[in-house]
Design a protein around this ligand. Structure first.
Ligand code: MOS
Length: 727
């Protein structure tokens, strides 16, 4: 139960975020957004803006530096007069102060030749097409057996369509960049990002620089949820502005501008057909998804992929159809794919349970499988049934009267619902280094990102365990692209991926310390095979309550003196990641919700929410629990509140702030808890861990929707479940 190592810095305000870096002679940027949904810029009148004292430059496609690479239509900022969606950045002002820049941005007059935008996702859109792959590289469609015939011949059939709206990540820290060009032509970016190494690579390509000329610094990040997992137009804007004015420039995307420019979850329309026999064994699963992308870039969310993982059935199909609309490009939002896809699958499972008269927990247990249904691969571990059973016991599921509307307390109808969760256990190649100093301390270096998850602390625990050192003897340096290259904090892959590199680097360091190779201090052998560490690839065991460093003597006392210049070792896990055995690796979980519905107002309140997860070894219970309940809270928002509304006439999201985009407040989250079952899985990584950042949101909305149905008998198939949809 380890507190975040940077907890004190964060609560005292000394942890430094991108906008807060002090630099001399800094200027500020403000962006101008397109006010039409589709068309071309005819003229940019900058006169009134330039007339304002303190304005340094106005940038648009008329005068912006040419970028080296236009392949990413979102990042090809100010490279053409074309407007692809309303709210797109079309100009920027740089001023001496933030206030000056903002006022001048208001004075920039852009004239357009506009056409009506096409922004409505619909299943009969003539532009629908089948993408080659869905995010990141899954096939768009899969089919086994005779899906249509299998469904038609099933004893129990449910054929329904679920809809989810566009949703926006609303991180506390805005998307922020401080860009500074150096005298030698290099570029330093203090950037709010989930991946310093990735931003470095992309920005270097765009500006025609060598990777080594760009440094991205991001030791603290105030949330991202996927929206900072890819480089955004804002980072390009800041870098461009700094180059043009020859001064450091700060740019923070105001929340009002965020809805068009920092990504969002695609809306989905999902036709679900589930067939079952009289015993509740599924005979057919058909999951056909419709979703959108933009005209400048393809993002195809993998909404139906969890359906390939979850339940046994001989006849099955999944498909994704996409349409290019005049909208911003959708992107990652916490568990992209799994979140909307499992909402539909776990809701329709509840409908099958009702239709067949089988308890929803029992129905899921009956359709459990030890092989991944579509790939046929064995699961490295799958403890869905244990999660369902543990959760049912703790939640008091046995007391539930299955009849909808059976429980009433005054004006409130009370209901209980369940849903399953799943998320893949990804692993990315990484590099890390580990260093021993003569004073008994260690430093681990990796360009990983801690976006508020506790990654720094988890990596320190992993390093301390591997080094048999006290936690407080270990310093983790992360969030800087000048450190050994790391994968992005995305896909819940961080701890597994970075942690493996940290283990291998620490094992290599121990091997050096044990062999008394002090004299060679400073050399950095490149460890490719990952297996030759001092402890021969054994797993550091993260006991729930046990602090690392308990009892065990430090490496120094075992290994003698470290020379004044220190000893360093490094690792690269590329080969190790490539060489993994063929298993289906996923975390699973079960979520239980109890809701009360006001019969007069239709207001839904979530009384209790319990998540039970099976996610391998939990490295740090304290921050893991926060991750789980954070995801579940976001799932509660998805179920009842979150909705980005597209205005079809103007072609823009109407939401501009947290008054118009509702997320749960503390008062909305009453009794919430997350626990986990013991899970030992030797096929994952040296820690035995699965990702935990995203699975918490997967299934929550279905559990709440199913509870609402149980309370009222009303099945709302369009999120969010607002009073208007329920009454
Ligand atoms: Mo997460 S949406 O993979 O950052």
């Amino acid at each position: 139960m380890t507190e975040r190592l940077e907890a004190r810095e964060k609560v005292t305000g000394t942890a430094r975020y991108a906008f807060e870096y002090p630099v001399e002679n800094v200027a500020y940027a403000a962006a101008v957004q397109a006010s039409v949904g589709r068309g071309e810029i005819v003229a940019v009148d900058t006169e009134a803006a330039m007339a304002l004292p303190g304005v340094l430059a106005v940038l648009s496609h008329e005068n912006a530096p040419e970028l080296n690479d236009h392949a990413d239509g979102e990042l090809a900022l100010f490279q053409s007069p074309k407007v692809s969606y309303r709210g797109q950045f079309v100009a920027a002002v740089v001023g001496e102060t933030l206030e000056t820049a903002r006022e001048a941005a208001r004075r920039v007059r852009v004239e357009y030749a506009a056409e009506p935008p096409d922004v409505r996702l619909r299943t009969d859109h003539p532009g629908l097409y089948k993408p080659d792959v869905v995010n990141p590289v899954y096939p768009s469609d899969t089919e086994q057996g005779e899906p249509e015939e299998g469904f038609d011949g099933s004893a129990v059939r449910v054929d329904v369509t679920y809809r989810t709206p566009a949703e926006h990540n609303n991180a506390m820290e805005p998307h922020t960049t401080l860009a500074q060009w150096n005298d030698d032509g290099g570029l330093t970016l203090y950037d709010s990002t989930q991946g310093a190494s990735g931003v470095r690579r992309i920005v270097a390509e765009l500006f025609g620089l060598d990777g080594a000329q760009v440094r991205v610094v991001a030791p603290h990040v105030g949330g991202g949820f996927g929206s900072k997992g890819t480089a955004r137009p804002s980072v390009v804007l800041a870098a461009m502005a700094a180059r043009v004015v020859g001064r450091p420039v700060k740019f923070a995307v105001p929340r009002q501008q965020m809805f068009a420019t920092t990504g969002y979850r695609t809306p989905t329309i999902q036709r679900m057909r589930l067939g079952a026999d009289d015993d509740g064994h599924l005979t057919a699963i058909l999951h056909d998804v419709f979703e959108q992308t933009s005209t400048v870039k393809e993002f195809a969310e993998q909404t139906a992929t969890p359906t390939r993982v979850m339940y046994r059935a001989p006849n099955r199909r999944t498909s994704h159809r996409l349409v290019r609309l005049d909208v911003p490009t959708p992107s990652w939002m916490r568990a992209p794919g799994e979140t909307p896809g499992m909402y539909a699958l776990e809701s329709v499972m509840d409908e099958v349970a009702v239709a067949s008269g089988i308890d929803p927990v029992e129905l899921r247990i009956r359709n459990d499988t030890d092989r991944e249904p579509e790939s046929g691969l064995p699961f490295s571990s799958r403890n869905l049934v244990a999660c369902l059973q543990e959760g049912a016991a703790r939640f008091g599921w046995a007391d539930r009267d299955p009849a909808p509307g059976a429980r009433r307390e005054g004006r409130k109808l009370i209901g209980m619902g369940v849903a399953a969760s799943t998320y893949p256990a990804y692993m990315q190649p990484n590099r890390a280094s580990a260093r021993a100093e003569p004073d008994g301390t260690f430093t681990v270096r990796i360009a990983a990102a801690d976006i508020g998850t506790g990654a720094r602390t988890a990596l320190a625990l992993i390093a301390a365990e591997t080094l048999k050192a006290d936690l407080h003897a270990v310093t983790v340096e992360l969030g800087d692209s000048s450190l050994p290259r790391a994968s992005t904090a995305g896909g819940s892959s961080g701890t597994a991926s970075w942690g493996t590199a940290v283990v291998r680097a620490c094992e290599a360091l121990r091997a050096k310390l044990n062999s008394g190779s002090g004299g060679r201090g400073g050399s950095s052998p490149h460890m490719e095979d990952g297996g030759s560490g001092g402890r021969g690839g054994s797993s550091p065991h993260m006991e729930d309550g046990g602090s690392p460093g308990h009892g065990g003597s430090s490496a120094h006392t075992e290994n003698g003196a470290v020379p004044p210049e220190g000893i360093e070792a490094s690792a690269d896990t590329t080969e190790e990641v490539k060489g993994r055995d063929k298993y289906a690796r996923h975390a699973f979980g079960a979520q239980f919700a109890e809701v009360e519905v006001d019969v007069d107002t239709g207001e839904v309140r979530v009384r209790r929410l319990l998540g039970v997860f099976a996610a391998g070894r939990i490295i740090n219970p304290r921050t893991a629990r926060s991750q789980f309940i954070g995801g579940m809270t976001m799932g509660l928002g998805m179920a009842l509140m979150e909705e980005s509304v597209m205005d079809e006439e103007f072609g823009d999201f109407l939401n501009r702030d947290l008054a118009q985009y509702h997320v749960p407040a503390c008062a909305d989250v009453r009794d919430i808890d997350a626990i986990w079952v013991e899970e030992s899985d030797p096929h994952l990584n040296p820690m035995g861990s699965k990702g935990i950042g995203e699975i918490g949101i997967v299934g929550t909305a279905a559990a709440i929707g199913n509870a609402v149905h149980h309370a009222t008998g009303v099945r709302v198939r369009t999120l969010p479940i607002t009073p208007g949809r329920l009454l």
